[in-house]
Ligand binder design. Structure first.
Ligand code: BTN
Length: 228
């Protein structure tokens, strides 16, 4: 697959969109982003020393569950890559990667439709490696904070690219989830409530139990916080 390396761009997810007409899968990697994009319109601070990668994948056969499959695949590929450097990453549903309760990596997926069909997806991955996290203490971590001898960002990038090309399974994904059976805070629009996380269904929804009632929620509708 073609890989393009750039020093700096606003956002690799935006940059890679120039190739949407090509129909060829690609990867773009930047050393720094000036307007890195996070989920829910948030800014993803992207100083030098981190890994900022976007994968553009085109589809011929559309599967209705592809959105979750992409999320799952990206999260598992990053976890497998990170394990090779000696850390034990966990997935916070649906696809944030945490180390010891702090965020190490964020993933932003954009699905592109035409004529009502999913045509391509852009999977953007940002990993904290040697980058400065001033102002994010308490919520974020990096490989340099967790390891005595942190890897070079290029090694992390290459490990993620290699794992991204491998097959991953739902079972792999579940192996990195560690909050099932625990109390969580569910944020659904303006409503916040406490519930028990029961299981993740194969379609990616989270099954919760709230006051004896069981229901499944999609990651597009809610956010969660582990409270136990
Ligand atoms: C999040 O946790 O909010 C998602 C963060 C995703 C960041 C990555 S870095 C590479 C790609 N380009 C972007 O602008 N965002 C994603």
């Amino acid at each position: 697959m073609r890989i393009e390396y750039i020093k700096e761009t606003e956002s690799t997810n935006e940059y890679i969109k120039r190739y949407l007409e090509d129909g060829e899968d690609r990867i773009v990697y930047a050393e720094r982003q000036t307007k890195g994009r996070g989920t829910n319109g948030r800014l993803f601070i992207s100083e030098e020393g981190g890994v900022y990668l976007s994968f553009l994948t085109f589809y011929r056969n559309y599967s209705s569950n592809l959105a979750f499959e992409r999320m799952m695949h990206a999260a598992v590929a990053v976890c497998k890559a990170l394990e090779t450097f000696g850390v034990e990453p966990k997935i916070k549903w649906p696809n944030d990667i945490y180390l010891k309760g702090k965020k190490l990596c964020g993933i932003l997926i954009e699905n592109l439709f035409s004529g009502g069909k999913l045509r391509a997806s852009i999977v953007g991955i940002g990993i904290n490696v040697l980058n400065d996290l001033t102002g994010l203490e308490g919520i974020a971590t990096s490989l340099s904070k967790e390891l005595n001898t942190p890897p070079d960002p290029n090694q992390v990038r290459d490990a993620v690219i290699a794992n991204f090309q491998q097959k991953t399974s739902f079972k792999d994904y579940l192996g990195y989830i560690n909050f099932l059976g625990q109390q969580i805070l569910v944020i659904e629009g303006d409503r916040k409530f406490s519930a028990m996380a029961r299981q993740i269904l194969p379609d990616g929804r989270l099954e919760i139990e709230e006051k004896g009632e069981i229901r499944a929620l999609s990651s597009a509708e809610i956010r969660i916080r582990v409270t136990e």
